[in-house]
Design a protein around this ligand. Structure first.
Ligand code: ATP
Ligand code: MG
Length: 306
């Protein structure tokens, strides 16, 4: 018997000569939010579709709550709600008709559909008339509709491909809140290029590059592993002079000046307070601290190092 949650074993997927996934193995057991990041074409959508049984892997397996995922295993499919990156919404229907059709496709009995549709519309907070034609919905309105549609069958696991992209900050926050709420008693695995969201929301981050899982860790661990123990300082005046001073200071190496910040390293961490005290004898320091790379820099470092 396999564990609960999502278990992926040596998953490979090729499209003719393109190896989109080259043997990904990962496990998610606890409820919560899990982020999948990686450059364009890394294999994120392919992975999420294999987990959701919308793509058949070339080799390897995916288990959901211990059950093997395969296209005809409808019992497993019903446990999953998949939000696609590019939606296949029926353009000519009204939003309400769309939800009713989806409810039918999920096998919800006719007499229950009305209530179920009402429930998901309220939960997701669809704030436009349900009589609106899908074709004329904005990106944000479509996302809300799709979100509602994947909740109709009460899935135990949510797989969201780029659920936060293309949204204004208010809608992004709105969808984020929904994801957080749903992740209280579900596993929610989502891909995103919005690193700040991934960083602040996720229990764990999976980084995929060229079809391979290259990093799997908690956000704070990735941050500390990627920081290089350097420091920054800023002053009102005399940055060049401090640079020169530190260049001649024993056991200190100067990285350079970037955007009004002087970046430098000490041979060991214990030296730093002494160095700062010495600088303050002659200069007025405005700000000082560990030089933590920004999220874009961390992403680039992870991907280029692999
Ligand atoms: N149906 C397909 N036929 C052929 N190649 C495909 C197909 N689907 C994906 N690929 C290829 O597989 C690789 C992985 O694509 P995938 O869509 O999974 O990347 P992604 O990480 O989701 O990228 P993005 O961030 O741009 O959405 C790419 O090289 C892509 O061109
Ligand atoms: Mg994608």
């Amino acid at each position: 018997m396999k564990n609960h949650g999502i278990e992926i074993e040596n998953l490979q997927k090729s499209f003719q000569d393109i190896q989109a996934l080259k043997g990904v193995t990962l496990k998610i057991e606890k409820t919560g939010l899990y982020g999948l990041i990686g450059p364009n074409g890394a294999g994120k959508t392919t992975l999420l579709k294999c987990v959701s049984s919308l793509l058949v892997p070339t080799s390897g397996e995916v288990y959901i709550n211990g059950n093997l995922v395969k296209p005809k295993n409808f019992a497993v499919r019903r446990k999953i709600g998949f939000l696609p990156e590019d939606s296949g919404l029926y353009e000519k229907l009204t939003a309400k008709q769309f939800l009713h059709i989806m409810a039918g496709m999920h096998g919800i009995p006719k007499e229950e559909r009305k209530n179920k549709v009402k429930e998901v519309v309220e939960f997701v907070g669809i704030n436009y008339p349900p009589s609106k034609i899908v074709k004329y919905l904005s990106t944000g309105q479509r996302r809300l509709l799709l979100f509602a549609s994947i909740l109709l069958h009460d899935p135990e696991i949510l797989i969201l491909d780029e659920s936060l992209s293309g949204l204004d900050p208010i809608n992004r926050e709105h969808i984020t809140k929904l994801m957080r709420e749903l992740a209280k008693d579900r596993i929610v695995l989502f891909s995103s290029h919005i690193l700040a969201d991934i960083w602040r929301l996720c229990e764990k981050i999976f980084v995929i590059n060229q079809g391979e899982l290259i990093v799997e860790d908690q956000p704070e661990n990735i941050l500390s592993k990627m920081s290089d123990d350097s420091y920054f300082l800023t002053v009102k005046m005399g940055l060049e002079a401090i640079k020169e001073y530190l260049e001649n200071y024993p056991k200190v190496s100067v990285i350079g000046i970037q955007n009004d910040k002087l970046l430098f390293k000490t041979e060991n961490k214990d030296l730093i307070s002494e160095v700062i005290k010495d600088i303050m004898k002659d200069f007025e320091i405005v700000s000082f601290g560990p030089n933590i790379p920004d999220l874009d820099q961390i992403f680039t470092r992870m991907v280029t190092a692999s």
